[in-house]
Design a protein around this ligand. Structure first.
Ligand SMILES: [Zn+2]
Length: 441
């Protein structure tokens, strides 16, 4: 019995009252005080916070095709260490995830790895080219059961195609996740358009290029009565537009990345390409508006936009460097620092924006569930008092491009339970979960 029975003794449930959690056969079998430890492996939860496993709506796992940057195996190891039990794998792989075959391949790789649930995101348009709708229905009906569709990395900028995509996904309760970037307004952009770009003489990426697409898309969403998710909102104006849309009852959700909650374009003065990302780091006023928007529910979720790159694509001149940052193994700590230690959110709020709502947006079964008896045991234990210094070379991701390198951050993931199995124990990888064989009858 002990092999799959764990008793977490006295952890603060969602940061509240300390209670015991008994995990048995993949579910939370009991919750209370002074639970019997007979037959169980006991884990001391004193001083720790128990939270539902985090669900990322925005992860780049790079496989198939860019295994020099990341694989499903390495990316999901990073996810487990970061406290995630599910990730949505973005479609900009090579080949692009625009057919049932590719999304099923990514789904199978995720199951074989066994560290987290991998939910493939399907491309909206063939090859992310923005010209022709991909086979959305076939991907939805596939074994991968795709519900989120995105050309992330590229914007679905043609309003007719965006309208058709929003109409199409209604048939299977899907959502279109838009990378909001008006392409002509951002041609050649290297960083945020503002004071710093003027000083450095780098081509700017203006806030209006994001805000104009979000404004158009919430109106299209209202017009067709569909569901829209806005990826990585990065400007104060975008927060205002989403707030306005929600007040009108438009079915829109929005995400913010940890890096946009902490870092600003002042860092670009260093010309260190680790700070090159899309959308770009913005200003301190934007950071403040994003934090307030997340705290008041205008922004629904954290999305890491974990984007690993091989070193040769990041350790080069600014103009040539690839855009993107890793994020899976630092997300919890950055959100703790920016939202919890500032008093803007509680751990219960943290569970909402990193687990409950992201699972609901992606329609992920058995994830983002409350820590109650009978629920699937996707549970993490966090030590909020821990402090650690980020060293990209000690991370599980293959990407060394962490913008938090050398920075001291609070909070660490002590344990991750995925389907009742400890994938992480004592802050280190344990063993993956073994999915039962699919029965053939
Ligand atoms: Zn994007």
């Amino acid at each position: 019995m002990a092999e799959n029975t764990y008793l977490i003794r006295g952890a603060a449930i969602l940061g509240g009252e300390a209670q015991d959690l008994l995990i048995h056969d993949g579910v939370i079998a009991a919750r209370g005080t002074d639970l019997s430890e007979e037959g169980a492996t006991v884990i001391d939860g004193k001083g720790l916070v128990a939270l539902p496993g985090m669900v990322d709506v925005h992860t780049h796992l790079r496989e198939p095709g860019r295994e020099d940057a990341e694989t499903v195996e390495t990316g999901t190891r990073a996810a487990a260490l970061g406290g995630f039990t599910a990730v949505h794998a973005m479609a900009n792989s090579n080949p692009v995830a625009d057919t049932a075959g590719v999304v099923e391949q990514v789904h199978s790789l995720g199951r074989a790895s066994g560290w987290v649930d991998v939910r493939p995101v399907g491309a909206v348009t063939v090859g992310l080219a923005g010209e022709q709708l991909a086979e959305l229905g076939a991907m939805a009906d596939s074994r991968a059961q795709v519900r989120m569709f995105s050309d992330d990395g590229m914007c679905v900028h043609d309003p007719v195609l965006m309208r058709r995509a929003l109409e199409y996904v209604k048939a299977f309760d899907g959502v279109v996740a838009q990378h909001a970037q008006e392409p002509r307004l951002t041609a050649g952009a290297q960083m945020n358009e503002g004071t710093v770009s003027a000083v450095l003489g780098l081509t700017g990426w203006p806030a209006v290029a994001e805000e104009s697409i979000i404004a158009r898309d919430v109106l299209l969403t209202q017009h067709v009565g569909s569901r829209l998710h806005v990826c990585h909102v990065s400007t104060a104006g975008s927060v205002e537009i989403v707030r306005w849309a929600k007040a009108r009852g438009i079915n829109v959700t929005a995400e913010v990345t940890p890096h946009h909650l902490l870092l600003t374009d002042e860092l670009v003065r260093s010309y260190d390409p680790v700070y090159k990302v899309n959308p770009p780091l913005r200003t301190d006023a934007d950071v403040q508006a994003l934090r307030e928007g997340l705290a008041d529910g205008t922004i629904d979720v954290i999305g890491t936009d974990h984007a690993p790159h091989p070193s040769e694509h990041k350790e080069c001149e600014w103009a040539q460097a690839a855009m993107g940052m890793t994020g899976l193994e630092t997300a919890l700590s950055v959100v703790q620092e920016t939202m919890i230690e500032t008093g803007l959110m509680t751990w219960a709020d943290f569970a909402r924006v990193t687990s409950f709502t992201p699972a609901a947006i992606g329609r992920v079964a058995d994830q983002g569930r409350p820590l109650e008896v009978g629920e699937p045991a996707n549970v993490i234990l966090v030590d909020p008092a821990a402090r650690w210094t980020v060293d990209p070379h000690k991370m599980a991701t293959m990407g060394r491009n962490s913008p938090f390198k050398g920075r001291e951050l609070p909070g660490s993931v002590v344990a991750t339970f995925f389907k009742g199995h400890p994938t992480v124990l004592d802050g280190r990888l344990n063993t993956p979960y073994k999915h039962p064989a699919v029965s053939s009858n």
